[in-house]
Design a protein around this ligand. Structure first.
Ligand SMILES: O=C(O)CCC(=O)C(=O)O
Ligand SMILES: [Fe+2]
Length: 433
């Protein structure tokens, strides 16, 4: 058997996709070497784990046939990227290559050795108890009680693509005060503090949430700089776009009730792209259910990997990179008979960002990354999202529209005029909410 590392260079190969062969996530790589075509499975660390088939294939039809055979026998999986490789000058180039590959090709990856394992596990352990406190305590910090879209959301309130999501959740923000003053544009009220359950009701979780938010802010800032580097840009290329309120959601996905109630659905959360920030980091328990839509229309299971984050691009970063790095559609299938818990961290983007600023950044990106290889050029340049809608003075205004529609009970209380206006025109809009 010939090994990827020794017999071939990467330039002779075409990556066909990522699958799981047994327990080992691997890429299938098509190597064309003189007249021979060989398909190998290559692990994320680039050594050949098996030579799936070694046909001497003369034409593309045969190659396609071999590839479809390969696909049928394997399950696709997301790439795994090891952040510890970024710490040494010897391995950093390999890390940046893996990061770029993952973000251009699929928009999702597992991040391992990221340094936040302990804090993530602690918060995951605290999560079930957070939902077991008496309902009246949860209701005291219902999202409806503040204009910042933070707080508790009951089961059966949220919808995606007009269908019920079977999840209960707490939303937190990193901001501790609001800068909004009377007379300011309304979108400034999005930024503001979170109400927590009192410590005597659920001791320890507020400190754990705040520590987690701090650690995730450091990690996601570092990753943003590494992502810029992976694209061949200056590490600080995206710094000016960072928001000053990152968000966190602790989510409970119960199995559908078996009592014939209205909550009969397998939709934990419906298919969507993350709309509000730059990147999302998901810590999940062992249950599974998160799925990612790939370019071939297949749903890939983001199978839980202990101590990892599932990281994905949100529409803010997609807009900044002119659609080159895609915000990939994903969903959660409700568990069938156990409860799933997950923690989603949303790295914010600046609410005051204007369309002009985004366009300027897109010009820079288009100029600096003019000739991407075809297999990396996955997206249309024009990406329909609330970031690029000229009707809004800035992202904050567009984002407030999204919040008003998604949380109508909150907006009826805090943004009644906008609620009337946006809900009335909803039928004419095409955006996903
Ligand atoms: O719970 C998960 O694994 C994903 C949640 C998610 O996609 C979201 O809240 O945007
Ligand atoms: Fe999401």
């Amino acid at each position: 058997m010939r090994h990827a590392g020794s017999a071939f260079t990467r330039s002779e190969s075409r990556v066909l996709g990522c699958w799981t062969a047994g327990q080992v996530p691997a890429e299938a790589v098509l190597h064309q070497h003189r007249s021979n075509t060989i398909i190998l499975l290559v692990s994320p660390h680039r050594h050949a784990v098996s030579d799936a088939t070694s046909p001497d294939l003369a034409n593309l039809t045969q190659v396609d046939r071999a590839v479809s055979l390969l696909k049928r026998n394997m399950v696709k999986s997301l790439p795994i990227v090891d952040l510890s490789l970024a710490s040494s000058p010897d391995t950093k180039p390999e890390f940046l290559r893996q990061l770029k590959d993952a973000f251009f090709k699929i928009g999702f990856l597992y991040l391992v050795n990221h340094g936040v394992e302990e804090k993530a596990n602690k918060l995951l352990e605290l999560s079930p108890g957070l939902f077991e406190v008496p309902q009246e305590e949860k209701d005291k910090i219902d999202m409806i009680k503040n204009p910042h879209f933070t707080g508790y959301t009951r089961l059966g309130v949220e919808r995606t693509q007009k269908k019920l999501d079977l999840r209960e959740q707490y939303d937190f923000g990193s901001a501790t005060t609001t800068t909004y003053k009377k007379g300011d544009p309304e979108w400034k009220q999005i930024h503001g503090p979170t109400a927590y359950l009192p410590d005597n009701v659920y001791p320890g979780y507020q400190a754990a949430v705040q520590e987690y938010l701090d650690a995730m802010s450091d990690l996601s800032d570092r990753m943003l700089r590494l992502t810029a580097e992976s694209l061949g840009l200056s590490p600080d290329e995206f710094d000016d776009f960072k928001g000053d309120m990152n968000r966190l959601k602790i989510i409970k996905y119960p199995p559908p009730p078996k009592d014939g109630s209205a909550l009969q659905t397998s939709q934990g959360v419906g298919a969507h792209k993350d709309s509000s920030g730059m990147f999302t980091y998901i810590a999940q328990d062992k249950v599974g259910g998160l799925q990612v839509l790939d370019s071939e229309g297949d749903w890939i299971d983001a199978v839980p990997i202990e101590n990892s984050f599932v990281v994905n691009i949100a529409q803010g970063f997609e807009a900044l990179t002119s659609g080159r790095c895609q915000a990939t559609t994903h969903r959660v299938v409700a568990p069938s008979d156990v409860t799933r818990y997950s923690i989603a961290y949303f790295q914010g983007i600046r609410l005051s960002l204007t369309l002009d600023e985004i366009r300027k950044e897109q010009d820079i990106i288009n100029e600096k990354l003019p000739d991407l290889p075809e297999d990396l050029r996955r997206r249309e340049r024009a990406t329909a999202s609330e970031f690029l809608d000229p009707r809004y003075s800035c992202f904050g205004e567009a984002h407030l529209r999204n919040r008003v529609i998604s949380h109508r009970d909150v907006s009826e209380v805090w943004y009644p005029e906008l609620n009337k206006k946006y809900v009335a025109e909803l039928e004419k809009w095409t955006y996903q909410i």
